[in-house]
Write a protein that binds this ligand. Structure first.
Ligand code: NAD
Length: 488
């Protein structure tokens, strides 16, 4: 199947933090791939801006190296890379100083969409927003892109929102959650709202429970300092898992329009029940047996022998509305787990009465939405086991792996950053978090974290390469349910 690529209009994109890790690994390779696909026009300008001194030629060399290293074998020929590099420019700017801004002004083209990507720590967002405004760089057709973490709690998120709102309208602010840019996440909406099959069953009458798992095999790596002051709840649940939960649970919006979608997501967050302490399990990984040097324990990795920060969290959540009352959502995420796997399982109820007798066993349909790896959707249905010997039932998958279903183009679904940056340039905010959504998510998260702190809770240890602490199994076994396996 040949995909239709609709080119975006020529734009100016300024990447503050253009020499940083995120720019190198994600933003620049994503732009290159959109250039190769024909979506980013040759007239577009990408201007790196950071504190380091670079000539334009020197920065282009930096960009070429980043693309060669991080393009996942999706690069096109050398000639195309050279063409792409002619779109790249650089200006040395300190977000807290005045130098470099007039040079940046001169590099921009009037009357085209302009985006300022804040790929720097949140401590600089206010300085950047203010200087963009005072140096006259913000036009009506300008927008800013801000990275996670968006706040550390409700208070800091509110203050960050207020800082940005002092200089930009909400319709100009794009808060990135790269989970929302994943192809399968958008497919979740297509499956729910583009088919008649699922929506009538998408409620507590037919859905027994829903599991959302985001498992990583990596540890905290070089992010120890940041991670130890954050933990899995802030780093993953408050944003990524919450966004997935919203897309699964929200009511159908009247149209696929940014505010209509985000209004429905917000209603889900506001309908969340507070989580009871015994409905949450926190964990912290141990060193890997037999390989403690390469894979140290969490506490060693963050160099804090007394750390009580969680690298794993599992919780049972309940949504108080007509659709979901009585259907629990079980969420879990963690580092150094058995496999890299992001999966949503919608587990339907068993048929109300089995006509096949006790030997047929118990069966329930499961809709599995795999975000990574091998993105795709599987529906497990119950059929007769082939062969003579009576009516034995077996569950088999109806499988839609996108790479198989969509042909060569499907083999390389665009990386989330490709999609999201193009959406920014098109001015489409559907897949970006609105300020009130972020604040509502923190308002739900804060009491949970405060509870841990007040009670002096210490995370349960779990073995590296496992499915997490054993206590997490209790969350489901108490309800006579089981986690699905964490498989690659
Ligand atoms: P980094 O430390 O690698 O890079 C920071 C960049 O900011 C550098 O280009 C640096 O020159 C620039 N910078 C720092 N101070 C500056 C100043 N005063 N004026 C102008 N430029 C300045 O950081 P990173 O990993 O690229 O992360 C950038 C942001 O993106 C952070 O907010 C981070 O939390 C977020 N983020 C990063 C990742 C990732 O994978 N790296 C993922 C998600 C979110």
């Amino acid at each position: 199947m040949v995909s239709r690529v609709i080119p975006v209009d020529p734009f100016d994109l300024i990447i503050f933090g253009g020499t940083g890790d995120l720019a190198r690994r994600k933003i620049l390779p994503a732009l290159f791939r959109r250039y190769c696909s024909g979506q980013m026009p040759a007239e577009a300008r990408i201007i790196g801006a950071a504190r380091a001194e670079h000539s334009t030629a020197g920065y282009r060399e930096f960009v070429a190296e980043a693309i060669t290293e991080f393009s996942d074998g999706r690069s096109c020929d050398d000639g195309t890379l050279d063409e792409f590099l002619t779109c790249i420019d650089y200006v040395q700017i300190d977000a807290r100083g005045e130098g470099g801004w007039s040079e940046l002004v001169n590099k921009l083209t009037q009357d085209r969409a302009r985006a300022f990507y804040f790929s720097v720590g949140p401590g600089l967002f206010g300085d950047l927003a203010e200087r963009i405004r005072t140096h006259g760089l913000a036009t009506d057709n300008s927008r800013i892109v801000v990275e996670k973490p968006f706040g550390h709690d409700l208070e800091t998120a509110r203050s960050l929102n207020a800082t940005l709102a002092a200089h930009f309208k909400e319709s100009q602010i794009y808060r990135i959650d790269h989970y929302l840019g994943k192809e399968t996440v958008q497919n979740l909406m297509a499956v729910r709202f583009g088919n008649v099959l699922f929506e009538p069953l998408w409620n507590s009458q037919y859905v027994d429970h829903i599991q959302i798992t985001v498992a990583e095999t990596v540890g905290v790596g070089g992010r120890g300092d940041y991670y130890d002051s954050s933990g899995a709840m802030r780093d993953m649940v408050q944003n990524h898992l919450m966004q997935l939960l919203c897309l699964i649970a929200m009511e159908p919006p009247a149209k696929f329009d940014p505010d209509a979608v985000r209004d429905e997501k917000l209603k889900v967050i506001r309908a969340l029940e507070p989580v009871l302490p015994y409905h949450i399990v926190r964990g912290q990984y141990d060193a890997q047996q037999g390989d403690t040097d390469a894979h140290p324990s969490y506490r060693e990795a963050v160099d804090n022998p007394r750390s009580t920060t969680e690298s794993y969290v599992a919780l049972k959540m309940e949504i108080s509305n007509w659709r979901w009352s009585g259907t629990p959502f079980y969420l879990r995420t963690g580092k150094r787990l058995a496999a890299q796997s992001s999966v949503i399982n919608v587990v339907f109820k068993e048929a109300p009465h089995s006509i096949f007798g006790p030997d047929a066993g118990r069966h329930a349909n499961v809709l599995t939405i795999r975000l990574q790896p091998n993105d795709g959707i599987t529906l497990r249905v119950t059929i007769k086991e082939p062969g003579p010997g009576g009516m034995r039932l077996v569950d088999v998958p109806l499988d839609m792996t996108f790479a198989d279903a969509l042909g060569p183009e499907g083999e390389y679904p665009p990386d989330a950053y490709e999609r999201l940056i193009m959406d920014v340039m098109r001015g489409d905010q559907t897949l970006f978090m609105r300020g009130d959504e972020v604040e509502a998510a923190w308002a739900w998260t804060d009491p949970i974290i405060e509870g841990w702190e007040t009670r002096g809770e210490v995370p349960k240890p779990y073995a590296s390469g496992s499915a997490g602490p054993d206590e997490a199994n209790l969350l489901l076994s108490r309800d006579k349910r089981k986690w699905k396996g964490i498989n690659p």
